[in-house]
Design a protein around this ligand. Sequence first.
Ligand code: ATP
Ligand code: MG
Ligand code: FE
Length: 344
Amino acid sequence: PLVLGIETSCDETGVALVRGEELLVDSVASSMDEHARYGGIIPEVASRAHLEAMVPTLRRALEVADVDLGQVDAIAVTAGPGLVGPLTVGTAAAKALSIGLGVPLYGVNHVIGHAAVDELVHGRFPDRVMALVVSGGHSSLLLVDDIATSVTELGSTLDDAAGEAFDKVGRLLGLPYPGGPHIDRLAREGDPEAIRFPRGLTAAKDQGRHADDFSFSGLKTAVARWVEARQDLGQQIPVHDVAASFAFAVADVLTAKTIAACRRHDVGTLVVGGGFSANSQLRDLMAVRCAEAGIELRIPPIRYCTDNGAMIAALGAAVVRRGLPPSELDLPVDSSMPLTRITV
Ligand code: ATP
Ligand code: MG
Ligand code: FE
């Protein structure tokens, strides 16, 4: 079957087509440049941008794939989590297409999509995989028995998500929004061991209840204190070393806890997804430590880590393959859709 995927949860308008397990096209328009001026995403601005980008992005996807709308067999759309206005634009478009074409509509979970997209890149998941989804809004460890029907959230961040912490530290260092990619770039030229920043929730006392949870706000505060203390003394801030030490602290915690979870649950394959999995410090450290631990590591190329339509088409295709019933045509958007809900 040919599945059309539509993503509008945040600031990327994504439209993709998947036939069977093959990605035919992935078309993305971003309103990031508009938000950069404000130092953050303004939901109203994002909603309007989706409204303007939806039809051109859809047209481009159909053109590139050389597909006629009439050939589409099913529509998958992000139902949540995300911003209500942007989600509403995407689901409205998807509902209209579903009615117009007379094909089933599937509302799916954006965060699960961040993991599902890897099936288009590295093939079907084995029976059981661990998924680490790290993005602007989430840092979650998921045990995936079936990407379409059975996902268990083992743990998540108690405060800031990894990407969010990077963006906040970026602001602190005076970098443009979003700070994540800038810190990544600076960190490559710094010493990751120059400053010993704290590793949240890694102490022995956290190993029981919070073994699979993350916390990055203490680290963020530690970086802020460190920087402010030097600023107060009129000292120059070694931004490369601060970026590298901070990035290493985040990657160290994510990597160590994820691998420990794989061991505890006896899972041999790890999938990493979400906007923050574009981070080179995480990718490098995870590759080294998974190799040491004998865990197969799957991380999609960077363009499928940040928000896109392919992740939604991928999850939609898995749901269709599973023969699950479609969503109602009045499906609601759910800004805080729980990760246990894969479809609505
Ligand atoms: P969610 O998926 O939880 O709804 P989101 O969709 O807003 O959140 P994504 O678009 O998946 O988030 O990811 C964006 C985040 O990833 C931002 O915080 C951004 O700074 C971060 N990010 C992107 N590239 C990098 C990088 N190379 N290094 C660090 N962070 C990065
Ligand atoms: Mg985004
Ligand atoms: Fe996302």
